[in-house]
Design a protein around this ligand. Structure first.
Ligand SMILES: [Zn+2]
Ligand SMILES: [Zn+2]
Ligand SMILES: [Zn+2]
Length: 370
């Protein structure tokens, strides 16, 4: 029975107190308010107690994620201390670490003899992302070690963990944008540059639900220029069936506005419309708008209760980069929307990810849930 109400947002709850979204928001506000002295103190404390990061529940790990997510404030001292102590569980700690740290990680990786250790180290190197990282991963792709057989993927797939990959010749390709901006609750304006779940005229041939332009981003807005599209990105889907489309739901978008969904892998058999009219109405009436300011690239990579454009994703399962159906290259990760944030009553599970090929004007939507 939902007999309680969240005192902050009014959402109906089965328990007393803040709903999980408002609780996450409160924690976020507190961490965002840290002063320069508090940040310096947290950095010093983590550097001195670096092995505490091996425990994902420790205060230090929590503080590290607040530094990464809200302040973009990890120091080379923290990275060097982690390397020296062999702390490799939180790969994001090594993002853009200096070259000496990259070279150090590569050395440890080359001597690794277990697949677990090698997997962790490849993620750390992927996050470091420098020339040392590329040459080490390329070397292991060309000359696999014994542990490779026990891993699911090649080093070029591990590189994707850090938001890039490479081809056989060792040419790099970036898969994430290092700028990030959240979507926040507000009142969408006439020319709102970021809109979610705009209803379309067409209906899904599989379940009969109305189709939606799930994500519409105007790349001409100053805040979204980093996406590299001089026009409007439109990604359409059936909001009910997108969860069944394991290979992604693709749209060919017209930079002047609008887009056509490409044929999908679903068979024409009837799918049940679980969303229904009420669920759809809640979705299309969401009040999300683009935030005023950019945030650090890991803002949406760990804490739940945020939807973001750019930066790093919080993958529910493993990271997944779709192949562009036009040019065959891996698409770039562009946005994530938590379904639960779009609903007040209905509730939603999992996250919808947007990926784009700016060259071919293709958008792909991908759903993941536990
Ligand atoms: Zn609430
Ligand atoms: Zn459908
Ligand atoms: Zn393409």
């Amino acid at each position: 029975m939902l007999e309680h109400k969240c005192p902050s947002c009014g959402r109906q709850l089965g328990y007393e107190g803040l709903c999980w979204l408002c609780r996450a928001e409160k924690d976020r506000r507190e961490a965002q308010a840290w002063t320069a002295e508090q940040i310096a103190e947290k950095q010093r404390n983590i550097t001195q107690n670096i092995t505490a990061l091996d425990d994902w529940k420790s205060e230090e790990t929590k503080d590290l994620w607040s530094l990464l997510s809200y302040h973009g404030a990890v120091t080379p001292e923290m990275q060097r201390a982690a390397l020296a102590a062999g702390v490799f569980d939180v790969e994001q700690l090594y993002w853009r670490a200096p070259a000496d740290v990259g070279a150090g990680l590569a050395r440890v990786l080359m001597e690794a003899d277990s697949h677990d250790e090698a997997g962790c180290l490849m993620c750390c190197l992927a996050m470091q992302g420098g020339d040392e990282a590329l040459s080490a991963l390329l070397e292991l792709e060309r000359n696999p070690r014994a542990w490779r057989k026990k891993l699911y993927a090649d080093p070029s797939i591990y590189a994707e963990c850090g938001g890039w990959t490479f081809d056989k010749e060792g040419r790099r390709r970036e898969l994430v944008f290092d700028r990030c901006i959240p979507l926040v609750k507000g009142t969408p304006g006439e020319n709102e540059p970021a809109r979610l779940m705009r209803p379309r005229e067409d209906f899904c041939p599989h379940c009969g639900c109305r189709m939606v332009d799930a994500v519409i981003l105007d790349g001409r807005d100053e805040r979204l220029r980093f996406l590299g599209v001089d026009g409007v990105i439109t990604a359409a889907c059936c909001p009910n069936c997108v969860g069944f489309e394991d290979g992604g739901a693709f749209t060919r978008f017209n930079p002047r506005g609008g887009g056509e969904p490409l044929p999908n892998d679903l068979t024409l058999d009837d799918y049940e419309n679980y969303l229904g009219d009420e669920g759809l109405a809640e979705l299309v009436n969401n009040r999300f708008v683009l935030a005023e300011r950019h945030v650090p690239p890991f803002y949406g990579a760990y804490y739940e209760g945020v939807s973001t454009i750019g930066g790093f994703a919080n993958w529910v399962q493993d990271w997944q980069y779709l192949e562009c159906p036009e040019c065959g290259k891996k698409m770039k990760y562009a946005a994530q929307i938590e379904w639960d944030m779009l609903f007040d009553e209905y509730g939603g599970e999992g996250t919808l990810y947007l990926e784009i090929c700016p060259d071919c004007h293709i958008a792909g939507l991908l759903h993941q849930q536990t």
